[in-house]
Ligand binder design. Structure first.
Ligand code: PEP
Ligand code: MN
Length: 338
């Protein structure tokens, strides 16, 4: 059960509701959402049956949700959440592109990539400093040095930085340099990491696990929000199927489904979703049409020389073409009747 408080509810009113819940012997967690205060009540909520919760000052409504996710659900909040990353917004009609190389490889490579990304109109620079690689022999990233290059590129271009954090002990370090913490597909159900990024104070990009259902993905998001962090962006990055031509199967139906089930923004990553650079543009346009709030695109100054994910990375020319076509698609979609 979630007790939704008015955004304007006074502290004393929130505390009074908490006291009522505690008096019934129930535990709760109180969190500040973007558009609400919510008191999530755990356990046998029927113990509150005789209390007229709705009548308490400051209470807006009571939401009884049976699913494993509540705070991220559309039932709790009908309007889209807009995530504000230091003035750059995503969700609720604000479309954002996050672009850059798979991995930060060198200062020169990253600064060049950042200039390209900026010139094309993206607002976020992506790049992994800590790379979760299938093989222990593959390039693992420049680690903290890579974070420093990202921060320098951000300083030069004004782009916001999104980069992956792979373990709880690194959250503080990555948060020191990044604007958005990325939780990768392989860590979607690393619950300790979800709780840690939930306490980080930074916006989080939560990628869908490669074998995760939509329901499991939303419950992973719930971990972050219930740990006190409402600024979560979901990212569809393809799932494992029997298909072998593509690296993953980009599930664009999940983008539309998320829009129905959750108020959180959702973006698509056609780079990891397909593994092939020539499929990135068509899938990016399709994601936009499916209701995606943004895109994550791998762009490399010279994909043939990339140390990671070259085959799925756009070169500067193809990236610029994509950005132009996205604008045309956005204009087309705006002109359509709702
Ligand atoms: C990435 O974005 O660099 C990445 C590793 O993606 P994923 O977690 O989706 O595989
Ligand atoms: Mn990659």
């Amino acid at each position: 059960m979630v007790i939704v408080m008015n955004r304007q509810a006074k502290l004393a009113e929130i505390e009074r509701v908490e006291a009522v819940v505690a008096a019934a012997g129930l535990t709760f967690y109180t969190m500040e959402g973007i558009q609400y205060w919510a008191i999530g009540v755990k356990g046998e909520t029927q113990r509150l049956a005789s209390v007229a919760l709705e009548a308490l000052p400051g209470v807006e409504r009571i939401v009884r949700i049976q699913t494993g996710y509540k705070l991220v659900s559309r039932e709790l909040q009908d309007s889209d959440s807009i995530i504000d990353v230091d003035g750059v917004k995503i969700g609720g009609g604000h479309f954002a592109v996050m672009a850059g190389p798979c991995a930060v490889e060198s200062r020169e490579q990253l600064l060049e990539a950042a200039e390209i990304v900026k010139a094309g109109g993206a607002t976020f620079l992506r790049g992994g400093a800590y790379k979760p690689r299938t093989s222990p022999y593959d390039f693992q990233g420049l680690e903290e040095q890579g974070l420093a290059y990202l921060a320098e590129a951000s300083e030069r271009t004004g782009l916001k930085v999104v980069t992956e954090v792979t373990e709880t002990t690194a959250v503080e370090r990555v948060a020191h340099y990044a604007d958005v913490l990325q939780v990768g597909a392989r860590n979607m159900q690393n619950f300790a990491l979800l709780k840690a990024v939930g306490q980080s104070g930074k916006a989080v990009l939560l990628k869908r696990g490669m074998s995760a259902t939509i329901n499991e993905w939303l419950q992973a998001a719930e971990y972050i929000v219930s740990a006190g962090n409402p600024r979560v962006i979901l990212c569809e990055r393809g799932i494992r199927t029997f298909e072998e031509y593509t690296r993953n199967t980009l599930d664009l139906s999940a983008v539309s489904a998320i829009k129905r089930l959750s108020h959180l923004p959702v973006i698509a990553d056609p780079s990891h979703g397909t593994g092939k650079w020539h499929l990135v543009k068509p899938m990016a346009l399709a994601a936009l049409a499916a209701g995606s709030d943004g895109l994550m695109i791998e762009v490399h100054p010279n994909p043939a020389e990339a140390r990671c994910d070259g085959p799925q990375s756009l070169n500067p020319e193809n990236y610029h073409k994509l950005m132009q076509e996205l604008q045309a698609m956005q204009a087309f979609l705006k002109g359509r009747p709702a």
